[in-house]
Ligand binder design. Sequence first.
Ligand SMILES: NC(=O)c1ccc[n+]([C@@H]2O[C@H](COP(=O)([O-])OP(=O)(O)OC[C@H]3O[C@@H](n4cnc5c(N)ncnc54)[C@H](OP(=O)(O)O)[C@@H]3O)[C@@H](O)[C@H]2O)c1
Length: 194
Amino acid sequence: MRKLTYFVACSIDGFIGDPNGDASSMMRYVNEEFLEFLKTQYPETVSAEGRAALNFHDAENQQFDTVIQGRGSYQVGLDAGTTSPYGHLREYVASRSLGTSPDPNVHLITGDLVGAVRALKAEDGDLGIWLCGGSQLAGQLLDEVDELVIKTYPQVYGKGMPMFGTDFAVTDFTLDSVRTFDNGVLVRKYSRAR
Ligand SMILES: NC(=O)c1ccc[n+]([C@@H]2O[C@H](COP(=O)([O-])OP(=O)(O)OC[C@H]3O[C@@H](n4cnc5c(N)ncnc54)[C@H](OP(=O)(O)O)[C@@H]3O)[C@@H](O)[C@H]2O)c1
């Protein structure tokens, strides 16, 4: 059984972006130390464009071989002219409105989201599945999430897009590790308490 990991960036108060989902204010914390962490441990979570700019376009995938995102999250790349932001992974995008996939590497999930994710998790393989977001998708997939990797940037947003777009419900996770960075960024890893 492969793991579904929600690897996500958030503010101290748990928002993944401003009310529209924009998290660009967090980028100022991506310094040399943090980039080294990403490059060595999670290189596949950096977009193809970012990997090319930072000279590690050929880095081997370390944790994931598949990414799943909602159309809202995918739209950010589309608006910037990128149809396959993570071409080094198998890309799945949940959308009922796109109709046909804009890119041969991108597979659309148009219905039975949970069933599609369970089928991916049931595949053989050493690497896992990255749930990229956004909020709506993560909310629907909360019951399927096996692991959380939360990059917390030292900023308070006050208001914004929640990590999980769900109704109130308590779900327990177990803390596995915390890594701190000199600039105040934290990366916490949690496993689902089942
Ligand atoms: N901080 C971070 O690490 C991080 C990570 C990822 C994303 N984000 C931000 O999150 C924002 C997007 O989040 P969001 O909550 O607005 O949108 P989202 O969850 O990315 O996507 C929602 C869309 O997914 C499709 N969808 C949802 N449920 C579906 C289902 N059951 N079956 C088929 N399609 C389904 C629908 O697309 P259609 O309308 O096409 O049907 C829906 O509009 C972006 O601004 C992005 O920047 C932040």
